[in-house]
Design a protein around this ligand. Structure first.
Ligand SMILES: Cc1cc2nc3c(=O)[nH]c(=O)nc-3n(C[C@H](O)[C@H](O)[C@H](O)COP(=O)(O)O)c2cc1C
Ligand SMILES: [Fe+2]
Ligand SMILES: [Fe+2]
Length: 395
């Protein structure tokens, strides 16, 4: 059954406690997720977004318990990635003529996914749809995070339906931000921003400021994943402004991989060296092969500087580090300093390669990196410590 949010709005989504991977295996979702769909019943009835395809029959069956499907006047698709549009084919089999309101890009994406000639109504920023006592206003949010993305604002109830924006992969039965553990929630919201929205930070700043300038009263922010922001809903808007502005904390994140622990010993010595110069800086070590890659990206997002270490393997760097560097490049982090290090046996080209790769990924390499031959002895450990200290002084 649905969950009542206001007199007019009912949540009709799906909570997915089991989801552990998203976007194939690009993103970990350790706390599950939800696909939030909302049914608005005023004089007219509108459905906002659907759910992921594996839950399509369940979604339509539950929706039928809530309402006679023929009474749905409008379907609003804020964003048409399959986690939100996946149940459309199942729903449209039942109500094939119902108009689907979306951006022009949204229509193209739905057509590209489902190859159906449904009744599309294209909307732009400022277009409205009267439901009776309430009105929906559409706000395009292009590239937050797809070309089709839009937000829908419901006046009268003062609700912003923001789809992926302000969302979190966070399963919760109770739905609201003030009913869950705040630090868990904020971790998931930040992880979501770092791993999905960070590349679009410029757009995020622009869009958030545009919405703030509209001076809309906002009582609830209803995203398409995770909790509804009910208690001080604008707190997440304020956070987005911070996160979008080349976010960093007083943190250095050290990511390494190792086969025989030499590079790990280097990482630990470097960490100690950083601490000796700046006892206040938070230093985090993460093993690229063992730690969760999405958590690693969250720790890169938080860091003011990053060190990447790898042994040289077959004239290159390790498999796990290659993946991490690819993620770091794609997420387009800004204004972060970096350096490379690692152990080697004969040719030792990995440190130079990583330093270059960090540069092309938008990080500012502060030096040429540091290598040790085979297993570091006490003297080499001292030098790694000094390398860490120098790195800290350069921040
Ligand atoms: C499969 C394999 C391939 C390697 N390839 C290279 C190489 O191409 N060039 C090099 O300088 N060292 C190479 N090495 C040597 C390692 O870089 C060296 O053992 C290093 O100390 C390992 O660091 P670790 O203890 O952090 O794993 C290779 C080692 C292994 C096991
Ligand atoms: Fe999406
Ligand atoms: Fe989504």
């Amino acid at each position: 059954m649905g969950k009542k949010i206001t007199d007019k709005v009912t949540w009709v989504g799906k909570i997915d406690w089991e989801l552990k991977h998203f976007h194939g295996d690009e993103l970990s979702t350790n706390r599950g997720s939800s696909y939030n769909s909302y049914l608005i019943r005023d004089q007219k009835t509108a459905l906002i977004d659907t759910v992921w395809q594996p839950y399509d029959t369940e979604f339509v069956a539950r929706l039928k318990e809530e309402i006679d499907l023929d009474r749905i006047d409008y379907i609003i698709m804020n964003h048409n990635e399959i986690d939100h549009s996946g149940a459309l084919p199942e729903l449209m089999r039942e109500i094939p003529d119902t108009p689907i309101y979306c951006t022009a890009k949204g229509e193209a994406i739905i057509r590209g996914h489902y190859h159906q000639d449904w009744n599309f109504v294209n909307v732009k920023t400022g277009d409205t749809l009267e439901l009776g006592e309430t009105t929906l206003t559409f706000i395009e949010a292009t590239m937050l995070h797809w070309p089709d993305t839009m937000f829908t604002y419901m006046s009268g109830e003062n609700i912003l339906f923001s789809n992926d924006g302000f969302g979190q992969h966070f399963a919760t039965e109770t739905l609201y931000n003030d009913t869950v553990d705040a630090s868990e929630l904020y971790y998931e919201a930040e992880k979501y921003y770092a791993n999905i929205l960070n590349p679009f930070s410029m757009m995020a700043t622009k869009k958030v400021n545009e919405i703030l300038a509209m001076n809309l009263p906002i009582t609830l922010i209803c995203p398409s994943h995770g909790v509804i922001w009910k208690d001080e809903p604008t707190q997440i808007i304020t956070k987005y402004l911070e996160w979008a502005d080349a976010y960093q904390e007083n943190q250095v994140t050290i990511i390494y991989d190792t086969m025989w622990n030499s590079t790990r010993a280097m990482a630990e010595a470097i960490a100690a060296g950083i601490q000796s110069v700046d006892p206040m800086v938070r230093v985090k070590l993460m093993n690229a092969a063992k730690d969760d890659k999405s958590d690693i990206m969250t720790e890169v997002f938080r860091a003011k500087a990053v060190l990447v270490g790898t042994p040289t393997i077959n004239n290159g760097y390790s498999f796990a580090i290659a993946g991490i560097l690819e993620l770091m490049k794609g997420l387009k982090f800004k204004k972060k300093k970096a350096a490379a290090f690692g152990s080697y046996g004969w040719s030792g080209e990995a440190v130079k390669q990583i330093t270059e790769k960090l540069g092309t990924a938008g990080f500012e390499a502060v030096n040429d990196g540091y290598r040790t031959l085979w297993v570091p002895d006490q003297e080499q450990i001292e030098k790694c410590r000094e390398f860490g200290a120098e790195f800290a002084r350069a921040l």
